[in-house]
Ligand binder design. Structure first.
Ligand SMILES: NC(=O)c1ccc[n+]([C@@H]2O[C@H](COP(=O)([O-])OP(=O)(O)OC[C@H]3O[C@@H](n4cnc5c(N)ncnc54)[C@H](O)[C@@H]3O)[C@@H](O)[C@H]2O)c1
Length: 342
């Protein structure tokens, strides 16, 4: 089995064909890979066939790469994380996928999820996390091929992931022949490979072999610039902290808005004045911090630590006060319009 993702005929399955998965599938297809799509929702599969012309399938067999773009929020409360859907996808991959394939998680996930997934896959598949920064309102600039972060469970996972995304690997991991990798795991044989070769296998983990730097370029690839991090946890944290940071910025704008309302100050004028300074960027508060990304990802970050972030908890409180204020104001407006009519 090959350890390099270096041919155009590689079969890729994009799982989850929603707001993110659809442009991802289109991009990978445009790059010349043999792309299939799967979604739990048959209408999403139909849309993928009609809109971007990819094939769809319900079988997870015989793919080289699995890109996971499923939702990770609770369907009945979009501001709360839920990874049951993701886990069910992983169980299906575990049952049907070939040893040594690559699983790239592009969905936003709680800290520690990637390693759990690697365990569920019984260490038979390579796992990387390449969280997305896709922004629907500015797809040209912040689309699929913008700079992203990538981390791997093991150096061999990272090597395959880097090859797939960028075309080359900066990682010096020596990747064992996959059959050997799998036989060893299946036989529960934890061998110290330092006696057999240059890499070491300890507790089912690979230690990077820096003597085996891979200077070979791989082509074609997705040609996406990637920032490599040394652990998959850093990749997981990067995404949820990015969005927590954005949450804070919006909450601050909401608080300023409430301040202006309470003190009879024109918010727009104050904001314009503040934003003339080179290092100040006060955002415009709108209808509250909504959608299925910022609130959920901020909760993922909050839940990732035993020490709860005071500043984020306060930001959530501010957002709630701001929403209450906006709802009361809207109600007042409706009442006054109705009074005017009568
Ligand atoms: N939309 C964005 O701008 C954006 C940006 C960065 C990261 N993300 C992250 O990407 C992930 C997907 O987001 P999205 O906006 O595409 O969500 P979405 O709700 O638009 O799409 C998710 C898709 O996953 C499918 N799905 C859910 N469970 C499934 C399962 N078990 N098997 C197969 N398909 C399943 C749904 O049917 C849906 O089509 C989330 O983790 C989100 O936080 C989204």
């Amino acid at each position: 089995m090959s350890n390099s993702i270096n041919t155009k005929s590689k079969k890729v399955l994009v799982i989850g064909l929603g707001q993110l998965g659809l442009p991802v599938a289109k991009y990978v297809n445009d790059k010349g890979f043999d792309v299939y799509g799967y979604d739990i929702n048959s209408e999403s599969m139909l849309r993928a066939r009609e809109k971007i012309g990819i094939k769809t399938t319900t079988s997870f067999r015989n793919f080289d790469i699995y890109i996971i773009c499923v939702s990770t929020h609770n369907p009945s409360d979009i501001s709360s994380p839920q990874i049951e859907g993701l886990i069910s996808v992983i169980n299906k991959i575990s049952m049907e996928a070939n040893n040594g394939s690559l699983v790239s998680i592009e969905s936003t996930i709680p800290l520690g999820t990637s390693k759990k997934i690697f365990e569920l896959l019984e260490h038979r598949l390579h796992v990387v996390h390449a969280p997305h920064r896709w922004y629907s309102l500015e797809e040209e600039k912040y689309g699929v091929n913008q700079l992203r972060v990538i981390g791997g469970v093991n150096p061999c996972c990272l090597k395959l992931g880097e090859e797939f995304y960028t075309g080359h690997s900066k990682c010096g991991a020596q990747v064992f022949p996959d059959d050997e990798f799998v036989n060893n795991y299946n036989g529960q044989e934890k061998t110290d490979r330092s006696t057999q070769g240059p890499s070491t296998f300890i507790e089912n983990s690979f230690i990077m072999d820096t003597t085996q730097i891979n200077s070979q370029g791989y082509s074609p690839s997705l040609e996406i610039p990637m920032h490599t991090v040394s652990t998959i946890e850093i990749a997981e944290l990067t995404k949820i902290i990015e969005n927590s940071h954005r949450y804070l910025q919006i909450a601050f704008a909401e608080e300023l808005y409430l301040y202006c309302q309470a003190n009879n100050i024109l918010f727009s004028e104050l904001r314009d004045a503040l934003n003339t300074k080179w290092n100040v960027e006060i955002l415009e508060p709108r209808g509250g911090i909504g959608g299925h990304c910022l609130p959920k990802d901020t909760k993922m970050f909050l839940n990732s630590s035993k020490v709860r972030s005071k500043i984020l908890l306060s930001a959530m409180e501010v957002d709630s006060l701001y929403r209450d204020f906006m709802t009361r104001r809207e109600k007042k407006l409706i009442t006054s319009v109705e009074n005017l009519k009568n």
